[in-house]
Design a protein around this ligand. Sequence first.
Ligand SMILES: *[C@@H]1O[C@H](CO)[C@@H](O)[C@H](O)[C@H]1NC(C)=O
Ligand SMILES: *[C@@H]1O[C@H](CO)[C@@H](O)[C@H](O)[C@H]1NC(C)=O
Ligand SMILES: *[C@@H]1O[C@H](CO)[C@@H](O)[C@H](O)[C@H]1NC(C)=O
Length: 476
Amino acid sequence: MEIRKTQVAMPVLLAIMTLMASQVVFAGKFPDSMALHDRQMAEMQALKASLVRRNLPALVSPPPTPPQAVPGPRVYKVISYGADPTGKSDSTEAILKALEDAFDGPEHGPLIAGINDLGGARIDLEGGSYLISRPLRFPSAGVGNLLISGGTLRASDDFPVDKYLIELKDEASKLQYIFEYITFRDLLIDCNYRGGAIAVINSLRTSIDNCYITRFGNTNGILVQSGHETYIRNTFLGQHITAGGDRGERNFTGTAVNLMGNDNAVTDTVIFSAAIGVMISGQANLLSGVHCYNKATGFGGTGIYLRLPGLTQNRIVNSYMDYTGIIAEDPVQLQISGTFFLGDAFILLKSMSGVVKGINIVDNMFSGSGNGVPIVKLDESRKAFHDVDQVVVDRNSVNGMAMKSTVAKGSVDGNGTSWTVDFNPVLLFPNLIKHVQYTLVADGFPVHALRNVSGNRVMVETNAPVTATVYVTVDQ
Ligand SMILES: *[C@@H]1O[C@H](CO)[C@@H](O)[C@H](O)[C@H]1NC(C)=O
Ligand SMILES: *[C@@H]1O[C@H](CO)[C@@H](O)[C@H](O)[C@H]1NC(C)=O
Ligand SMILES: *[C@@H]1O[C@H](CO)[C@@H](O)[C@H](O)[C@H]1NC(C)=O
């Protein structure tokens, strides 16, 4: 329909534009010294001649450029679709219609296979607050380059508890990735304890930016499953609206962000209540600038839970674990650095089948209440860690907690034949010393040797009694 309208309109438009252009061109061709009337006559005749000679054929033959859809704004304003910005009446149908229209919008170019590029179309919530009773979804998979922004969505009292207010989802699609480059920006999503806020399933390059996600039920605030590169940034998530020290903190449930996929990032994001801040079960995710004060470890909460035993490959950097810690199951390749742990928050390495490899827990700050809580703990209740390799816990600054490390130095003075340095208070793994170096500084020249490292106790002996100091460096 639109195309046919355009085909008629274009030649007329062209002719008018040419007329205007001709007037400009011919106006300059005749000297100012000509009498005004003569000049005008000359211009008119030149124009008439040009129309007859050159431009008339353009009116009958189609324009050389291929017809295009009507140009115009691709901003789908939900109020014009009947959405109620006061949040009183249900706006689900209206917003779904706006999504449908955007979905049917003209194609602009190639995105990944099967995805129509909507050219930057925008669903504009126009600063309203809308009541939603079932998930907002596109009619099917297959669009990209679209923004949804600028308002509030609130779940109704009968919103299904197992759904999300916005779902990038299509169970029937056979596409490798079902959406690409969809952006959610400047949205407050209030789940009314009825479900989750945003589900991103098998999508590519999704942005969730400057959103406030709250009152999710005992589910996820944001769920990311399969696909890759969902970037959650500058966002606030909390099941309950609180600023910490909440009386109901023990009762917080749910998970603020659940990353069940690879290559995602959560950056500059605050998680202010939920039983679990970020649950991760996919590799190659990056958490940076994440502040977790969701539910204190003392109340059974977890800031970040890495549930990918055997192959972790995640990085947590420059973050802030505030009374709530990190749990990693059988971690293999994990970086935790530049992070501030406050209020006895600690890292728990939980043995599932006893593997821990390629871990760097370095350059963090820990601060606690002086009750001797270790900065890193092992949970070997299921099985002892037996496969330990390249685990570096070192260079952390510790205040009011018990230092734990995989690298340690110690010394002992004595007069006799045996010197023992006990590294148990500081070494992370019990009974594991892989490398030892020692120096014996004595008042004579005794024969001496390293005799035993069992139980994290390094013993050096001399063949004759001497007064000596033994300096020892070990690592696990
Ligand atoms: C927490 O939950 C329990 C059991 O549902 C309830 O009895 C208690 O009042 C709740 N506490 C707060 C502070 O909300
Ligand atoms: C070291 O011990 C021996 C006896 O075992 C003693 O004679 C000697 O004075 C001691 N040396 C020092 C410096 O305490
Ligand atoms: C090393 O010390 C442990 C515990 O103190 C002991 O059981 C073990 O026999 C010692 N090993 C040797 C080679 O002396």
